[in-house]
Design a protein. Structure first.
Length: 210
């Protein structure tokens, strides 16, 4: 019994010492390695699937796909192929026994959805609208597409009509002012010159007083 007792105690002491070895300095170093990991994705038109490539990886870290539990411990870079559109989450942890279980960084990668409606007749003239682009953040149904495009066009027409109204009102005001000037310039012009002269005279008198 004593041997078992001392064996259990020794095991826990080893575990405590191992965990204690993962100090702040080591965690900072490992975190820098994890933050240095970069990723980019590529869409393969032949397979109609995505590929995600991780670069700046080292053997000191493990990258785990939290969707399927697959773990990757590679050097320099590696590529995950045949991925569908959607949101992916990867945990980066250390291979160091003393720091095992500590999540250093979590990377989120959103693989966009192909928009099969982007070449449709409804998108002509509004190609820059988010629902008319080749890639969208979320999968969209035809009913959602029709609804969003209709709403966008209605709002666009309202804005255009408002701009036309504002321009029309402004044009009318300009025309009225121009008509008044053309018809009464012989009154307006001398009056304007007289007022300007009075202002200049008053300013000069004020300067003399100072």
């Amino acid at each position: 019994m004593k041997k078992i007792f001392f064996g259990v105690v020794s095991f826990f002491i080893m575990m405590i010492n191992a965990n204690a070895a993962c100090d702040d300095e080591e965690m900072i170093r490992l975190s820098k390695l994890a933050n240095n990991v970069a990723s980019n994705y590529y869409f393969d038109p032949e397979t109609q699937k995505f590929e995600i490539t991780f670069t700046n990886v080292t053997k000191e870290i493990v990258i785990t796909d939290l969707i399927n539990g697959q773990m990757y411990n590679e050097d320099i870079e590696f590529t995950i192929k045949n991925l569908e559109s959607g949101n992916y989450r990867f945990n980066i942890t250390s291979t160091d026994v003393s720091c095992t279980g500590e999540t250093l960084v979590t990377k989120y990668i959103n693989l966009p959805y192909y928009n099969k409606f982007y070449t449709s007749e409804e998108c002509k003239g509004i190609e820059n609208y988010s629902y008319c682009k080749k890639w969208v953040k979320n999968e969209i149904s035809e009913s959602i597409f029709q609804k969003k495009v209709t709403q966008y066009k209605e709002n666009l027409n309202k804005e255009i009509k408002q701009e036309v109204i504002e321009e029309t009102v402004l044009d009318k005001i300009k025309k009225v002012i121009l008509d008044i000037y053309v018809n009464y310039y012989y009154i307006i012009l001398p009056l304007f010159i007289t007022i300007l002269c009075i202002i200049i005279y008053i300013k000069d008198k004020s300067d003399d007083i100072l």
